[in-house]
Design a protein around this ligand. Structure first.
Ligand code: HEC
Ligand code: HEC
Ligand code: HEC
Ligand code: HEC
Length: 120
């Protein structure tokens, strides 16, 4: 390697480094972490939801899109408001009840009784 080659290599390395930093800062990883377990708080008590077991192939193997009928955003409450006058979009608790309980009923597995989900 000549001295000039070496200078070129250094220059390239610096360019890559700077571009890397700029890309990192300009396009941060936006996707939130996939949760393992979630606890919902409601006026009827807390609900545990084992997200990992529901989604994992070694668990119940449900595909993401079956629950996240919109993956951007992942949070249901971004669209399903706590209170809503808009009948075309179910409010938050109705959206959860419908999705969770309908599947448990259809599959004949998973809790459908109030107290089996509202455990605390
Ligand atoms: C059985 C239904 C179900 C399945 C299957 C499922 N999720 Fe979820 N996920 C939920 C629920 C419910 C929440 C809580 C949403 C909320 O708090 O509004 C959630 C939350 C999340 C969040 C956190 C969102 C945030 O902003 O904190 C991410 C990320 C996510 N899920 C990704 C995934 C991915 C990726 C898969 C597939 C590998 C998946 N989910 C499978 C129901 C499910
Ligand atoms: C980007 C907005 C958005 C997000 C995020 C979202 N939804 Fe929805 N959801 C809607 C809209 C709009 C409707 C009504 C029209 C339709 O069915 O698409 C709906 C309808 C529903 C319904 C009724 C479907 C039926 O067959 O009657 C359920 C249940 C539901 N959502 C549950 C959830 C759950 C649970 C989550 C989170 C895992 C979630 N939604 C995330 C916008 C959203
Ligand atoms: C698409 C189907 C599906 C959806 C949606 C779903 N579940 Fe389940 N759930 C299952 C299956 C399958 C089981 C396993 C039952 C068994 O093996 O006894 C289960 C089991 C459970 C259990 C008991 C065992 C465990 O893993 O903790 C709880 C609690 C539970 N679900 C809560 C929820 C809640 C809360 C929601 C909504 C946020 C939800 N589930 C949505 C399919 C579903
Ligand atoms: C499969 C699990 C599951 C079952 C079964 C279930 N719930 Fe829920 N419930 C939830 C989830 C999840 C939420 C939403 C919590 C949140 O908003 O974060 C909720 C929310 C609620 C809320 C709060 C509503 C609000 O607007 O504050 C009430 C009240 C409630 N449930 C009552 C009941 C009753 C009564 C039954 C039986 C008829 C029942 N639930 C059965 C999971 C369940």
């Amino acid at each position: 390697m000549t001295k000039k080659d070496l200078q070129l290599a250094y220059a390239l390395a610096i360019v890559c480094f700077v571009v890397g930093i700029i890309s990192y800062a300009a396009f941060p990883a936006k996707t939130p972490d996939t949760p393992l377990r979630l606890m919902f708080h409601s006026s009827a008590g807390k609900i545990w939801f084992d997200h990992d077991t529901h989604a994992d192939q070694a668990g119940y193997g449900i595909s993401c899109e079956d629950c996240h009928h919109y993956t951007d955003p992942y949070k249901c409450g971004e669209c399903h408001a706590l209170e809503s006058d808009d009948e075309s979009v179910p409010k938050r608790s109705d959206a959860f009840h419908k999705q969770c309980i309908d599947c448990h009923k259809e599959g004949g597995a998973g809790p459908v009784e109030c107290s089996a989900c509202h455990v605390m």
